[in-house]
Ligand binder design. Structure first.
Ligand code: IZC
Ligand code: ZN
Length: 417
């Protein structure tokens, strides 16, 4: 199957090294004007500017007036869960904090109850709806965490759901084990036993069955301490998993430094990270994954300091944090709004953070994250004349066409391509 996208007003290739784009490099999105991209089967065959090749293509898309980018990559989602938490809204408006609600047995723990009550099939059906939504907004790959089972059986159920979903719908999923998301109620008075069971029983099984590629830990005041997080993540690393960490979101815990010490692939959130922690991340090659839609939704009145991270030379990535409590949105276009107007990131930095740097945050930079010869043909066509326009005109879906593995999977043009 051969497909051609031609007459592209603005082709954002992200070409160059398959690796993190650090600091000022994030402004270099390698944009081609009047471009074209040729696809063969699931790969990008060639690209250029000016006159497109006129070989026999089965499908030709005219992208005049449009902007084309690599498929968006969401490197932090809590995809697999049961129920929803709109009941917490009024408590929040009255001033209850996220941690207050969790300590009262709500928050994550109420989602755990709903998730345990659902079968794997039910969880998959629910996640499929979200994945279709992601795809419509331009996401072609996402990381997906477990973390609402919090026992061997239900964590495995969640990770198996992720594995199976990879074959049942177009979005590529990267599985992460997040048993250290909260201490489940039944271990409330013996948290050490829960940690020991994760380390001695659950992690070895998940690793042996190759159910996860990453291990993550919610390192936060009132959830898991630095020492506990270190033990859990180390156990995962020793078992062959790569590390991610929810770090320094609300309280400055030293999560950024721990990520550097463990050579984690990413440290996520980082609102309260100090400069020393950020520098240690930079020097150890840890990707900061920022989640500004969550900061907005938690009404924190502040965002992670993206400008400082870029100034320090870090390769910032962006994600939704899609989850039922602190960020119920699948849309990376929504995240663009908060990245720009909350964190003052420029559109070129934002697209770098949602493509190449996001690919690095899930160790997929050799396969996806840019439009270059030989890469997977994951491509989004936005009905916008240039990149700035996507961010500028906010609150709507700009996607015209999504191509995944060389196939059109979303088409909002009424068939008139
Ligand atoms: O369900 O509250 N922050 N984990 C860490 C979450 C948010 C998800 C949730
Ligand atoms: Zn999260």
């Amino acid at each position: 199957m051969r497909l051609l996208v031609k007459n592209i007003s603005s082709l954002v290739t992200m070409g160059g090294k398959n690796g993190p784009r650090c600091g000022s490099e994030m402004m270099d999105a390698k944009i081609i004007h009047d471009g074209w991209v040729a696809v063969e089967d699931d790969r990008i065959m060639s690209l250029g500017s000016g006159k497109a090749p006129d070989k026999n293509f089965e499908t030709v898309i005219d992208a005049r007036g449009k902007t084309v980018t690599p498929g968006l990559i969401d490197p932090h989602t809590h995809l697999i869960y049961g129920g929803s938490r709109e009941n917490e809204l009024e408590m929040k408006l009255k001033g209850a904090s996220y941690i207050d609600i969790l300590k009262a047995g709500g928050g994550i723990l109420s989602t755990v109850k709903a998730t345990r009550a659902m079968s794997k099939e039910e969880l998959k059906q629910s996640a499929k709806k979200s994945l279709l939504e992601m795809l419509k907004y331009g996401t072609t790959t996402c990381e997906a965490k477990s973390g609402y089972g919090l026992n061997l059986k239900d964590e495995i159920k969640s990770l198996e759901a992720i594995r199976e979903l990879n074959f049942e719908q177009p979005v590529t999923l990267i599985p992460t084990y997040l048993g250290a998301h909260a201490v489940p109620l039944e271990y409330k008075n013996c948290r050490e036993m829960y940690i020991k069971e994760m380390i001695e029983d659950v992690i070895p099984i998940i690793s042996r069955r190759k159910l996860a590629e990453f291990i993550d830990c919610f390192c936060e005041e009132g959830v898991f301490s630095i020492d506990e997080s270190r033990r859990i993540l180390k156990a995962g690393i020793d078992a062959g998993l790569k590390a991610k960490i929810h770090a320094d979101e609300m309280e400055p815990m030293g999560g950024a430094r721990l990520a550097a010490e463990l050579k984690a692939v990413s440290a996520d959130h980082l609102l309260a990270a100090d400069e020393e922690g950020l520098i240690s991340m930079r020097d150890s090659g840890v990707i900061p994954v920022l989640l500004p839609a969550t900061s907005f939704y938690l009404m924190l009145g502040k965002y992670a300091d993206a400008r400082k991270m870029i100034e320090l030379g870090l390769p910032v990535a962006l994600a939704t944090d899609y989850n039922p409590g602190t960020c119920p949105t699948e849309s990376l276009q929504t995240v663009m709004t908060f990245a720009c107007f909350g964190m003052k990131m420029a559109p070129k930095e934002i697209i770098t953070a949602m493509t190449m740097n996001a690919a690095c945050a899930i160790s997929r930079e050799n396969e996806i994250g840019s439009i270059e010869e030989g890469k997977k043909a994951d491509i989004v066509i936005f009905d916008c004349p240039n990149l700035n326009y996507i961010v500028y005109h906010f609150g709507i879906n700009h996607v015209s066409i999504v191509i995944k593995n060389g196939k059109i999977v979303v088409n909002n043009t009424n068939g008139g391509i």
